[in-house]
Design a binder for this molecule. Structure first.
Ligand SMILES: Cc1cc2nc3c(=O)[nH]c(=O)nc-3n(C[C@H](O)[C@H](O)[C@H](O)COP(=O)(O)OP(=O)(O)OC[C@H]3O[C@@H](n4cnc5c(N)ncnc54)[C@H](O)[C@@H]3O)c2cc1C
Length: 417
């Protein structure tokens, strides 16, 4: 991609990630007279896109109702409501389609390129930027920003150990979750919510799940304090993972950070079957004459529980025949199945998607334009904001939407001053 060392620009976007690219492309496509530059600190743009979704890039989610879409954002949902009415997953699909990149939907709603390759998404973005005349400076890190007395900004940047200044009329900060951006944002009068990880797996050491790595249960209910999530669960070597766990980690990100990732966790292995209903089913199993001489651990009483897990959950009565277990044992078994108590003791990394919550406070940004409410001409897009979604393509979608809105506003503002 083109690089340039000219030192005065109409628009500079700090950060060559998906949000920065969407802002730059949209702005340059709408107003070709504008000189638009992306500065990127590393040696390549779109690094996270390339590694995303296990190398396949989960671009967005097939959820086309903005009211429903916002329920997938533990932070930022309220602010994104209006933004999604302007640019939502359907628009993302059309945007890529119009540039030759077709997306497909998987059974759980996640959308990927038909190529199953994140490189084609990165190529598509780079190609669109180049076509629109966007310039890129690689290896160029934004160090500090000064507001110019007559409007615009003077940026202090470092490129190959050399520091220099670049001027711009408008600035978009799209540096993702980079921790060093905080000082820059605060120096411009903005406040930042403490960044903490979101989307992680739970470390749980417990004999009931020991040796069961790879065992999955289709529909469990997890409860942690006031938070509840339902969905598939996967047992791993270190504890628990799967969509229900990842979603709970996102909603409980701050709470778990505060407790150093230690917390009680209740698992209902039977989805939404309550204790009394579970007891009834177990009682029927006990009363069934053909079961009388069968061992409890021999076969799951509930089809959704895999046999290996059933054996471990029923260990304390597994060797007894159904006819021989007491009322108390039956109740304990029901409790084990529908309200099993576990302890989270640490967090693991979810390798397919890693996100932080925290960032620029949302009430300081106008979500119609993504412009700062504090500094004229300053815009924010993407993960630098205190927005994060659960796993499934929602994080990229907020980057596309906020980038697109910023790009739209930048072009209008500059073309009609
Ligand atoms: C392994 C992994 C897999 C993921 N998979 C998915 C997925 O499949 N679906 C999904 O929706 N989300 C996924 N995510 C989350 C998604 O990647 C992010 O939400 C998204 O990239 C945020 O976009 P952004 O443009 O705001 O920030 P980023 O993608 O982080 O881009 C910011 C850019 O700014 C640059 N930068 C930072 N500081 C400076 C500076 N001072 N000066 C100049 N440049 C700077 C960075 O080098 C970077 O290139 C994944 C994340 C990871 C880590």
């Amino acid at each position: 991609m083109t690089t340039s060392s000219s030192s005065s620009w109409d628009v500079i976007i700090a950060g060559g990630g998906p949000a920065g690219f969407f802002a730059a492309i949209r702005c340059a496509e709408l107003n070709q007279r504008l000189r638009v530059l992306i500065i990127e600190k590393s040696s390549q743009t779109l690094s996270k896109v390339l590694v995303s979704g296990g190398g396949r890039c989960n671009v967005t989610h097939a959820c086309f109702d903005p009211a429903q879409l916002i329920t997938f954002y533990p932070r930022g949902g309220r602010e994104l409501r209006g933004a999604f009415s302007r640019f939502q997953p359907r628009d993302t699909v059309e945007w890529f389609e119009a540039r030759g990149e077709t997306l497909k939907t998987e059974s759980d709603g996640r959308m990927f390129p038909v190529t199953d390759s994140s490189a084609t998404i990165a190529d598509c973005l780079r190609g669109a930027a180049k076509k629109a005349g966007v310039m890129t400076m690689l290896g160029t890190k934004l160090l500090a920003v000064e507001k110019s007395p007559r409007g615009g900004f003077r940026l202090n940047v470092r490129n190959e150990a050399q520091e220099s200044f670049i001027k711009t009329n408008r600035l978009v900060i799209a540096t993702g979750s980079d921790s060093q951006t905080r000082a820059i944002v605060e120096s411009l009068g903005h406040s930042v919510e403490e960044p903490v990880p979101s989307l992680f797996t739970f470390n749980v050491r417990d004999p009931r799940i020991d040796g069961l790595a790879g065992v999955a249960v289709e529909n469990v209910t997890l409860t942690m304090g006031a938070l509840t999530q339902r969905g598939p669960l996967l047992i791993t070597h270190w504890g628990l993972s799967g969509p229900a766990v990842l979603r709970l980690s996102a909603w409980g990100a701050r709470q778990l950070f505060a407790t150093k990732y230690r917390s009680p966790l209740t698992v209902n292995w039977l989805g939404d079957l309550g204790l009394e209903r579970t007891l009834e089913v177990l009682q029927r199993n006990k009363d069934w004459h053909e079961n009388a001489r069968r061992k409890v651990g021999a076969q799951p009483a509930f089809t959704q529980i895999p046999i290996r897990l059933w054996k471990q959950l029923t260990q304390f009565v597994g060797d007894k025949n159904w006819a021989d277990i007491s009322k108390q044992e039956l109740r304990r078994l029901a409790s084990e199945l529908s309200e099993g108590e576990f302890k989270i003791d640490g967090k693991g990394q979810f390798k397919e998607e890693f996100v932080t919550c925290g960032g620029v406070r949302l009430d300081e940004v106008d979500f119609k334009t993504m412009q700062s409410r504090r500094v004229d001409g300053l815009f924010f897009a993407g993960e630098v904001l205190d927005i994060d979604g659960v796993t499934g393509g929602f994080n990229f979608q907020s980057a596309w939407t906020t980038g697109w809105l910023a790009g739209t506003a930048l072009s209008q503002k500059l073309s009609n001053p």
